[in-house]
Ligand binder design. Structure first.
Ligand SMILES: Nc1nc2c(ncn2[C@@H]2O[C@H](COP(=O)(O)OP(=O)(O)O)[C@@H](O)[C@H]2O)c(=O)[nH]1
Ligand SMILES: [Mg+2]
Length: 378
């Protein structure tokens, strides 16, 4: 839960009941058996040479005096490593030596508790509760959105990235190239201004802007309202450009078919490791601005390896919105998803009771016959 911006995000640590964990002290000594927790969760705050307390799931607390100051790798792990459960219910394990999850005396890790986050004066269990409340409401609206989109054969993508990675430019170029092949409508998310929606409307595509104010992500309720106003056509593509932010939008299901994470080569190849939730949540990564590679010391292979380390099933396309490199593959990916959504659209007639099906089909036949007569006489 990001308390600063009021959004919900973060990992939930699911610990094995009765797990053991080891603390390594500054003198390199360790202890574990005397420190086993029967089950549940506990909260650690670790600083060098400090007095600190551990709060257990049952509410009991024990304190350590400053002499107990210690560094540790990670206080919470099962035998297989750490299991993270994401907001969408997916889980993944981190090996104990995963560099994204180890730290020593010279690092402070405020995401090691079960909430995956911290806020002054708020317990980990309270943070988890707040996050669950927000996300469960969000998820039920997202399910409604997903059903409404499927009903109309609409293929919806949620584009997520840091600001400036090229989302709007990619959208503009994609819409231009898809003209006459696929109808595209866009929901634009930004804290302020309608600049991006205007850039999209300049292509002729329908677009609606959502301004989130201090909010740093779009949520499912915003999309539900925007969909009512935008009313995208059946069998179309809906592109949602999320607020530029590699953190919070990862936790919020909008009802999309896929999250597409855009990473530009000017941002550095380490971003998948630094912002793992986003790369884990995405089905596709677009590595954008590859036209700039000759001017940078960006290690493409390393970046792709980092992304696959976080999400082994992520698909990756290297593109340049400005030069057009890789755009055919990206547009092909969109088209095959759109065709699948169209094929899976439920037949509205089949959902009707038998007699109504017959009446509806007869009306349709009469309409088609009238159309044929008109065409023959013109
Ligand atoms: N060189 C280069 N610049 C790009 C590319 N895509 C976007 N840009 C530039 O990156 C900047 C930010 O792009 P924008 O689409 O507004 O990013 P957004 O904030 O993610 O929507 C703009 O100056 C774009 O012209 C690209 O593929 N190559
Ligand atoms: Mg933009």
């Amino acid at each position: 839960m990001c308390m600063t911006c009021g959004c919900g995000t973060g990992d939930v640590h699911v610990e094995d009941a009765g797990h053991a964990h080891t603390h390594t002290h500054t003198d390199d000594s360790t202890h574990s058996p005397a420190h086993d927790h029967a089950q549940g969760t506990h909260e650690h705050v670790h600083e060098a040479a400090h007095e600190h307390s551990h709060t257990h799931a049952d509410g009991s607390v024990h304190r350590h005096d400053p002499a107990h100051a210690h560094a540790h790798e990670h206080g919470h792990r099962s035998a297989e490593g750490q299991m993270h459960t994401h907001a969408d219910g997916t889980t993944h394990a981190h090996a104990h030596h995963d560099p994204a999850h180890t730290h020593g005396a010279d690092a402070l890790h405020y995401g090691a508790g079960m909430a995956g986050n911290s806020a002054p004066g708020v317990t980990q269990s309270r943070l988890v509760q707040i996050e669950r409340d927000i996300l469960s409401k969000n998820d039920s609206i997202a399910m409604r959105n997903r059903a409404a989109l499927a009903q109309r054969g609409i293929f919806a993508l949620n584009l997520v990235s840091s600001p400036g990675s090229g989302k709007t430019t990619l959208l503009v170029r994609s819409i231009e190239r898809l003209a006459g092949r696929l109808p595209v409508a866009v929901i634009e998310g930004d804290q302020q201004t309608s600049v991006d929606a205007e850039r999209i409307r300049a292509t002729g595509a329908a677009a609606i802007q959502i301004n989130t104010g201090k909010g740093c992500h779009l949520d499912a309720a915003m999309i539900e309202t925007a969909l009512q106003r935008l009313a995208p056509t059946e069998d179309s593509v809906l592109m949602i450009e999320n607020v530029g932010n590699l953190v919070c939008p990862a936790a919020f299901d909008l009802g999309e078919a896929h999250k597409v994470v855009v990473l530009s080569v000017t941002e550095g190849e380490d971003k998948p490791l630094k912002y793992p939730d986003m790369f884990h949540a995405a089905s596709l990564m677009l590595l954008n601005k590859v036209d700039l590679l000759p001017h940078l010391s960006f290690d493409v292979e390393r970046c792709l390896e980092y992304a696959r380390r976080i999400n082994p099933s992520i698909q990756i396309l290297q593109v340049s919105a400005t030069s057009g490199a890789g755009m055919d593959a990206w547009l092909g990916w969109i088209e095959s998803g759109a065709h699948a959504a169209r094929r899976q659209r439920p037949d509205p007639v089949a959902a009707l009771p038998h007699l109504e099906q017959v009446a509806t089909l007869k009306r349709r036949v009469a309409e088609l016959e009238a159309q044929v007569t008109r065409l023959q006489s013109s």
